[in-house]
Design a protein around this ligand. Sequence first.
Ligand code: SF4
Length: 376
Amino acid sequence: MWRTRPDSVSVWKIPEVVSRLNRYYQLIKEEKIARYLLAKGISTDIKLNSDLSTLWQEHERLTQEFSSFITEYDQGVHSNKVPASVKPSFLDLKIKIANEMLKECCFCERKCQKNRETGELGVCKVGKDAIVSSAFLHTGEETVLRPSGTIFFSGCTFKCVFCQNHSISQEWRDTKSGEILDGVDRTPQQIALIAGALAREGARNINWVGGDPTSNLHVILYSLHDFKVNICQLWNSNMYLSIEGMKLLLEVMDFWLPDLKYADNHFAQRMSKIPNYWEVITRNIKMAHDQGSGEIVIRHLVMPGRIEADTYPILEWCAKNVPKALVNIMGQYRPMHQVRRHSDKFNEINRGITFEELTLARDKAEELGILWKPVS
Ligand code: SF4
């Protein structure tokens, strides 16, 4: 049986943590209702076989309605009971839009426009069905999240040369034969059952992660259709979603756990083969902060020799633009994957970070008034 770690309890004695993550804290105590359950209680008037632009117009309208609905629920205007699910609901509308987007995939900013429904594959190599690598009660996440009901999907929209999970993010599918090397096909119904089991084991949240969960947006939304437990939904991601992908998640996710690795786009392109990193990721984190639940822990992995070029501008941006977010300043960078295999090519990051680098990062966060200690 799972036993509570002391710091996962004592963290809730810090008033600033409770204040910034107040709705999540109340959700843990079952005093609030998870956003996805509220989205199931809002009905749509249109037919779900309408064209995509009509579906998006209705989505805009229901986004406004959701905002009033959740405010009323949080103020106790309604009883604090889960609203009755309606058919078709706002969640059904989101599922329908996601399935349409799958036919010309634009879940992330790579916008491959492949028809994944018919088996075409984009950069992430994830097809129509979700491949789940593992699912378990994670006790190594941030204090406020433990124990976390993590569901790891195979596949990722990034190609980080230092990835510590490369067997599930990049090397889970044989590039020639297409054979799955890590993970098992899971239907949305099976995933809902897995999430239910994690909730029963004592998870504080359902933690959608990978690789990266973005490629499985349609499956995750569909699994919530079959899921009924009042538990926090947590998006644990590189955050390289398209604006449309973000919009589908904003009313569904209670908690955001985004990475913010680089401020320098050239370095991002070289290390993760990703264009426009800074503009996309900061845009999406700001959306989660201003238009979503606003309950966020940003993970910043300090990298060797990158304090001035990445860490400082990132911390400055966080302090100015997402003041409610907590920041986990991570010191666990290790040379892995391609960096190890081709150390001559990636010599500048072929070492762990120094104590001095971590101290500089933490001192800067302190100077900027960022809340980092309770989650780092
Ligand atoms: S999720 Fe992103 S990388 Fe994968 S196919 Fe869709 S647009 Fe391409």
